[in-house]
Ligand binder design. Structure first.
Ligand code: PLP
Length: 436
């Protein structure tokens, strides 16, 4: 009889871990069914607890740009770990990783931290410390980690004052958070007209990836939304923060900055730069970063920050992330987007596929919708169609992100064989979506 170790483990996990998982999306609640418990991974494949292989389009939610268990990353991790795993003192590796990040982006200095959440939390404190202002402006549907002041209900429409999006987040914490619809320039201008001299910063995903992929829209002036935000911040003495935790070192060697060239005041990074280990960073100009302790007065610290094992995994990953690697991932992404579109069209399933560079996602929209510019539109998609599509793909050995609102992630190891397996699974999944 076929075993289902994942079901057994999930049942046990639920007795010892809330909801059975350590990060909510892993529980499959958006698609139903039992999450696969993974036991190992190699190249483009993950293997569940029963040893079943899947072509992986999650890639740990972004970090595994080189594919799983890259031999050079493993060798460096082993070499460094055997010399001690944490010193709580500065190391040469941290200088090297900082220099590598600086070499790819417009920042002049970075501070290393342990997670994207920590990076965004810290960068907000820095922006508020520098400007002496309290308010922050974020966008509905943009996710910046589980920072209290950024966990704000995604209100539709223009400039809504923040309402806490989770019990335990106090009204006081979010009272200074202004939420606008993504890509809505009028809403941003209205927020600045009302609160201008109290807004410390605007924080945005460099290209939105956490409500499905929504790139910064190009306006009538030819500038994209990021350029507009930068200009508006400049006009109002606020700082422009670009969160590149997801896009950084993934959509190009310089992230979304490499695609649109808009220079933020402050940036956050994570995922790829940790090479599958807990590492993240925030950075900006020397002048702005000089406000951070111990150089300046804005406090920020971390016992494991710049941990040597995580740092060498990230550094090795970035050094192997060459222009050729990005070209390969871009080509794979283009092919996959075209194949998904063809399969859905053949099955008569209305959809919109959006991308920023190689990062893309599929919206199961109403017929006639051609663009998804914001969260309000993204929320109108048919998630039940995605769930049927997802499970049909899973059954055929393809592991998609278990939510309609997530980006699909590729790696340099998604070769012809891996892509062909995905492509072969698409017609049945598209038919399942059509019938849902
Ligand atoms: C854009 C963005 N910012 C911040 C975060 C939070 O990062 P972490 O999960 O490492 O705390 C994420 C996580 O998905 C993200 O996509």
């Amino acid at each position: 009889m076929q075993t289902d170790r994942s079901a057994e483990l999930f049942s046990r996990a639920q007795t010892v871990i809330p909801g059975g998982v350590n990060s909510p999306v892993r529980a499959f609640r958006a698609v139903g069914g039992t999450p696969r418990f993974m036991s190992r991974a190699s190249g483009p494949h993950v293997y569940d607890a029963d040893g079943n292989p899947y072509v992986d389009l999650v890639c740990s939610w972004g970090p595994m740009l080189l594919g799983h268990a890259h031999p050079k990353v493993l060798a460096e991790v082993g070499r460094i770990a055997s010399g001690g795993t944490s010193f709580g003192a500065p190391t040469e590796l941290e200088v090297e990783l900082a220099a590598e990040i600086i070499g790819r982006t417009p920042v002049e200095q970075v501070r290393l931290v342990n997670s994207g959440t920590e990076a965004t939390m810290s960068v907000l404190r820095l922006a508020r410390g520098i400007t002496g202002r309290d308010k922050i402006l974020k966008f509905a549907g943009c996710y910046h980690g589980h920072v209290d002041s950024l966990l704000v209900a995604a209100g539709s429409g223009a400039a809504t004052l923040g309402i806490p999006g989770s019990p335990g987040v106090t009204a006081a914490t979010t009272a200074d958070t202004i939420v606008c619809e993504y890509n809505d320039r009028d809403a941003v201008l209205a927020a600045f007209a009302e609160h201008g001299d109290r807004i410390a910063c605007v924080i945005t995903e460099a290209a939105a990836g956490n409500m499905g992929v929504i790139p910064p829209a190009v306006g009538p002036d030819g500038d994209n939304f990021n350029a507009f935000l930068k200009r508006t911040c400049q006009d109002n003495g606020a700082l422009f923060i670009s969160d590149e935790v997801m896009t950084g070192f993934r959509v190009s060697r310089s992230g979304q900055f490499g695609l649109d060239g808009v220079e933020p005041d402050l940036m956050t990074f994570g995922k790829v730069m940790g090479g599958g280990f807990p590492a993240a960073a925030f950075g900006g100009s020397r002048e702005l970063m000089a406000h951070l302790a111990p150089a300046g007065e804005v406090y920020q610290a971390g016992t494991l920050s710049g941990n040597p094992v995580a740092t060498v995994a990230g550094l090795t990953t970035l050094r192997l992330a060459t222009p050729e690697l990005y070209a390969r991932i871009d080509a794979a992404s283009e092919r996959l987007q075209a194949e998904v579109a063809a399969a859905l069209t053949a099955a008569g399933v209305p959809h919109v596929i959006q991308n920023s560079g190689n990062l893309f996602s599929v919206f199961f929209t109403d017929d006639g919708v051609t663009v998804v510019p914001d969260y309000a539109t993204a929320q109108k998609q048919h998630t039940e169609r995605f769930a049927a599509f997802f499970h049909a793909m899973l059954k055929q050995g393809v592991y998609l992100p278990p939510s309609a609102f997530e980006a699909w992630f590729l790696s340099g190891t998604h070769d012809d064989a891996a892509l062909s397996r995905i492509v072969e699974a698409l017609p049945a999944a598209a038919r399942a979506a059509a019938e849902a």
